[in-house]
Design a protein around this ligand. Structure first.
Ligand code: ADP
Ligand code: MG
Length: 601
């Protein structure tokens, strides 16, 4: 239905990109000792692989054919020792590589997460959560595969291949040349395969992305799907995406299976050539029986790493694409605003905000601010507001007027474009972000609860706040319902608080604001999602919350702000009216009309 499919077109990158690999190496450097150890093991493994057919050849030529029993037990033992040594070395190598891989993945995850935490609200406005989650999970997992699949051991494979070619040539040049006559075909197949595989993979990744994006959306919105009876249509759409994913996989499977078959056949052709040509050589007396057996063994060892090549190839390709995306995110410098020297305030506003001598400082001061989320259309235009310490100011107005935006600017989720906001005479851009946010407690329109206990949700794990949990709950009147819960403050909150009512969630978020004991309080439509029955409860909670704090409250229900010290009406980003409830009612302007609308019954 809604699926046009604007999902990340998965870039199918190169198999090896020097720039990306160079950056990736920096993460491996701390573990270089382990990696070097793993690499040192490689020639030993290669040597033991090469030694095995040779021992068999010696046993046949020097002992079995000549009828000499002595020495055979020694060779058999040597064979065992070599095989055993190879197993031990393989274990060490796999363990070391994976050990390094796990640590590198751990480090990159930590770095990515802390980077994401410092990105700006604007960045999160534009980036789907799902794509960030997949950077931290599946993309990093793909990097791990590079270690698990033993990409590094390709070096070892090359050693083995070169060693086999060398030994075979040394044993018998002509037989080697005859055997290797299959190589051009093998090389051609490998190259052609690479190209086809690349195209097929691009399709698979793109369709896989569609599939997971659809699932995330459809499962996330399951209630809507069910309430509007859209299950059949959603299932139909899913079936379509699922089928197209399977369809994209078929060529990959075909090429994979074909490569296996071709490599298998070619190795059989090589063995047949050895039997045919080598057999003749034995009859002529120019090749030993043991050499023939060793040739066959070597050829098998020659073809097996080539068979694994396709798997390693696609893993490398995936890893490069993941690295590209991970580094792109790390390079994103859309940071949260830093503290900086503020532009000079105009004398007039400076005076309005500093207060005249002998008068108390204004606590919060918005001076002629302009702000836009995107280019052009301003959401706030020349907005000014002064608040004294301890004052309670209400923002009201139509939906979309810019009320929430004002609160976001105060806590610097965004920065003003023109004008300035000061707290106690200091431009908020000059304050350190954590210091600013410690002074402001925000209750969001849609309270966000985490999974964890109620106590955790109130304190968010802050040790100081934790001490004040029960006291804070009592101040806002949340303690009544919490104490009735089977486990009280230790009751678990499930995903986003689904096991609590909207009113209860709101009370928990009030308690959270109190527990952090801010001097300034911002409430954004805190009662909007609550039924009138709970409203009285919430209203009492609010009284406790606002006690002794400078409060900026955005209200939808005008009944909740009648006794505010001042009411400001925002209309299309501009301040339209300002005054007490009585003054605004008497003026019979916008506020009066809004009030009439709500209370006409
Ligand atoms: P209010 O809280 O008064 O209902 P807001 O401050 O939330 O209004 O929104 C003011 C305007 O800014 C609206 O037109 C809204 O569409 C727009 N807006 C709000 N948030 C964003 C955002 N994150 N990105 C782009 N535009 C936004
Ligand atoms: Mg709003």
């Amino acid at each position: 239905m809604h699926f046009g499919g604007i999902y990340e077109e998965e870039a199918v990158g190169k198999v090896y990109d020097r720039r990306l690999m160079g950056r990736f190496l920096a993460y491996i450097v701390p573990y270089r000792r382990m990696l070097v150890t793993a690499l040192l093991v490689l020639p030993l493994i290669a040597a033991s692989k090469l030694a095995q057919p040779w021992i068999i050849k010696v046993a046949i030529d020097e002992h079995i054919v000549k009828g000499r029993m002595e020495g055979l037990p020694t060779l058999a033992a040597a064979f065992l020792v070599v095989i055993f040594a190879e197993s031990i070395l393989m274990f060490a190598q796999v363990y070391l590589l994976q050990w390094v891989g796990q640590r590198v993945m751990y480090d990159i995850r930590v770095k990515l997460f802390s980077h994401i935490q410092r990105l700006s609200t604007r960045f999160f406005d534009q980036t789907p959560v799902g794509s960030l989650v997949s950077r931290l999970t599946s993309d990093i997992e793909v990097l791990g595969e590079m270690f698990a699949a033993g990409i590094v051991t390709v070096v070892g494979d090359i050693l083995v291949l070169a060693g086999i070619v060398g030994i075979m040539l040394w044993m018998n040049v002509q037989l080697s040349l005859v055997t290797f006559s299959v190589l051009p075909v093998l090389i051609w197949v490998a190259f052609a395969f690479r190209k086809w595989m690349r195209l097929a993979f691009r399709q698979v990744r793109a369709r896989q992305a569609n599939l997971s994006a659809f699932l995330a959306e459809s499962i996330g919105g399951m209630a809507v799907v069910q309430l509007f009876n859209r299950e059949r249509e959603e299932a139909e759409e899913f079936r379509r995406l699922n089928a197209s994913y399977v369809e994209a996989n078929l060529p990959v499977i075909t090429w994979d299976a074909a490569l296996y078959a071709v490599v298998e056949s070619l190795s059989s052709v090589a063995v047949a050539l050895i039997i045919w040509y080598g057999g003749g050589e034995i009859v002529k007396g120019t090749l030993s029986f043991g050499s023939l057996v060793a040739f066959i063994q070597y050829i098998e060892k020659f073809f097996s790493p080539i068979r694994d090549l396709s798997a390693k190839y696609s893993i490398m390709q995936g890893a490069m694409a993941s690295l590209e995306r991970i580094f792109a995110l790390l390079d994103n410098n859309d940071r949260e605003p830093a503290s900086m020297p503020a532009p000079e305030a105009t004398p007039a506003t400076a005076q309005a905000c500093q207060g005249s001598p002998g008068h108390a400082l204004q606590s919060i001061c918005f001076n002629d601010i302009w702000f836009a989320y995107k280019d052009r259309d301003y959401v706030l235009k020349e907005f000014s507001l002064q608040m004294k310490r301890g004052e309670k100011v209400a923002l009201v107005g139509e939906t979309g007027g810019g009320k929430t935006t004002v609160t976001r600017l105060l806590s610097r989720l965004y920065d003003v474009e023109r004008g300035s906001i000061t707290i106690d005479g200091t431009d908020i851009r000059e304050l350190q972000l954590p210091a600013l946010r410690k002074r402001i407690g925000v209750v969001l329109q849609d309270p966000y609860l985490f999974s964890g206990t109620i106590a955790y949700n109130i304190s968010l794990g802050d040790p100081e706040a934790l001490k004040r949990v029960e006291q804070a709950a009592a101040v806002v009147g949340a303690d009544r319902f919490i104490r009735e819960l089977p486990k009280g403050y230790d009751e678990e909150v499930r995903e986003r608080g689904v096991n609590f009512s909207a009113g209860e969630r709101q009370l928990i978020s009030f308690a959270r604001a109190v527990a952090f004991d801010p001097e300034i309080l911002v409430l954004d439509e805190a009662t909007a999602s609550v039924d009138t029955a709970s409203e009285r409860l919430i209203q009492q909670g609010l009284e406790g919350l606002m006690q002794g704090r400078t409060t900026l409250v955005v209200a939808h229900r005008l009944s909740t702000i009648r006794d505010a010290d001042r009411i400001v009406v925002i209309h299309r980003g501009e301040k339209a009216e300002e005054g007490t409830h009585a003054e605004l009612m008497a003026a019979q302007g916008l506020y009066y009309r809004l009030y009439q609308l709500q209370f006409k019954d």
